[in-house]
Design a protein around this ligand. Structure first.
Ligand SMILES: [Zn+2]
Length: 458
């Protein structure tokens, strides 16, 4: 009897304990449910914003459980105005608050405003009041467009050639400055001579029918100015030729180069192999060149005195820039390519001269170009030398004017010993003839630089 009663007592105590545990667990679960989450809403707002007062400011706000209310206030230091107050029913997890400058109540005279964003979520935390966030930002008013003024440029530009332009670009909060073209390329200007002035070499790719260029300046508040660069446009016809590909050529040079990419070329027919090397592999090699030569240093340019390029003493021109070559094999056109340099030949293993100072940016094997040297001369201008037998400099080496930097050869896609000479402007191949012609360089480069300096210093 006694034992039985004791047994019942145990069971009761156990049940009570389970009951309490259940309540504690229940309360815990209840308060840790999303209904009671403790994460405040997120307000994405920079500490400092430049605003042109034209387009509304957009402020993303989000919360995991849902937003209850968003308030936006704007102050000019004297008055504060409630710009917007949004309540959400049904609730939203994401919201973009849009801020427009009020027609009444605020002055923009000081140029500075203070923005305050306050928000609360639908959580029952904090005695059912929810989690709150507040963010503030300083707003700098900038309603002024960047000031653009073209000073002077080369008189003309030839299809496939280059031109120089010097202009003024002024803005207290300048963010982006570039030259926009009709063919998608953006040229990057270099600071020139005095603050607010820039120089840029532009190129008209030989494969583009038309050329137009505009300076574009955008400030931190999004104010945008554009100004056209005017050049007299000179058209130029480039030669088209058809070459017969012989088996000896495909079994020789082409097959040698195909060994650089054995996995891609092992199952190809002779015609496909030639097209792979002449088109696909050429593109790969050109991509490497374009990437390296697209860079423009941002050191302020004081002068740009260049000698005409004269890479090979008594070099005979054996192929021209811009030749559009079609390759025929057994009567059928199987491949085509543009020749983007000038081929010069003299004696075997002749001295290769870099007539202008610069820095070596590439000195390595590069497919169809063989042993390939690329030198940077400033202002986005590069000279390139292909098919070398020996490279006498390394990447990073400074080149002195008239330095012998390599020896000519027949490496890469070359049949006899010759030099492939190219000039590039910000990744675009241009006519080497212009940069080998002292008269062209005087009129289009030197006179433009000197003329601009006179205008700036006046
Ligand atoms: Zn060539």
């Amino acid at each position: 009897m006694r034992d039985r009663r004791r047994g019942k007592g145990y069971i009761r105590a156990l049940l009570l304990l389970l009951f309490i545990a259940g309540i504690v667990y229940g309360i815990k679960t209840f308060f840790s449910s999303p209904l009671f989450e403790k994460n405040p809403p997120t307000i994405t707002l920079k500490n400092e914003i430049y605003w042109n007062l034209l387009s509304p400011l957009k402020i993303p706000i989000s919360d995991d459980s849902g937003l209850k209310q968003v308030k936006v206030l704007l102050s000019d230091g004297t008055n504060e105005v409630l710009i917007s107050q949004d309540e959400f029913k049904p609730t939203m997890k994401k919201f973009i608050a849009k801020v427009a400058f009020p027609k009444l109540g605020l002055s923009k005279d000081k140029g500075i405003l203070k923005l305050t964003v306050k928000t609360t979520d639908i959580s029952k935390w904090n005695f059912f009041t929810g989690n709150s966030s507040q963010q503030q930002s300083i707003i700098r008013i900038d309603e002024k467009k960047p000031d653009l003024f073209p000073l002077i440029s080369s008189y003309g530009i030839t299809k496939g050639g280059a031109g120089l332009a010097i202009f003024k670009a002024n803005d207290d909060n300048l963010e982006k400055l570039y030259i926009e073209t009709n063919f998608g390329k953006e040229f990057k200007p270099t600071p020139f001579h005095k603050k607010g002035y820039y120089a840029v070499l532009v190129a008209w790719p030989m494969t583009q029918k038309r050329f137009s260029a505009k300076i574009v300046a955008i400030d931190k508040a999004g104010n945008k100015s554009r100004s056209r660069l005017s050049f007299f446009l000179k058209n130029k016809k480039y030669r088209t030729s058809t070459l017969e590909a012989k088996d000896s050529f495909i079994n020789g040079k082409i097959s040698d180069l195909a060994e650089d990419r054995p996995e891609r070329t092992k199952d190809l027919t002779p015609a496909q192999k030639l097209d792979f090397i002449n088109a696909t592999y050429r593109d790969e090699n050109n991509q490497i060149i374009r990437k390296i030569t697209s860079k423009v240093d941002q050191n302020r340019l004081e002068d740009f005195k260049l000698e005409p390029f004269y890479p090979l003493k008594n070099g005979k021109v054996v192929a021209s820039f811009g030749d559009h070559r079609y390759y025929k094999y057994k009567g059928e056109v199987i491949s085509e390519a543009y020749h983007l340099g000038l081929d010069l030949a003299s004696t075997k293993m002749a001295d290769l001269l870099v007539t202008n100072k610069g820095v070596t940016v590439f000195a390595n094997y590069n497919g169809i170009y063989g042993n390939n040297l690329i030198v940077y001369h400033g202002l986005g201008l590069y000279s390139l030398y292909g098919h070398c037998s020996n490279l006498l400099v390394q990447k990073g080496d400074i080149i002195k004017p008239w330095q012998v930097a390599a020896k000519t050869g027949a490496t890469g896609l070359a049949l006899g010993d010759h030099l492939h000479f190219s000039i590039l402007i910000q990744g675009i191949f241009v006519r080497p003839a212009e940069w080998m012609d002292s008269k062209w360089m005087q009129t289009n480069i030197t006179d433009v630089i000197d003329g601009a300096k006179k205008m700036i210093d006046r």
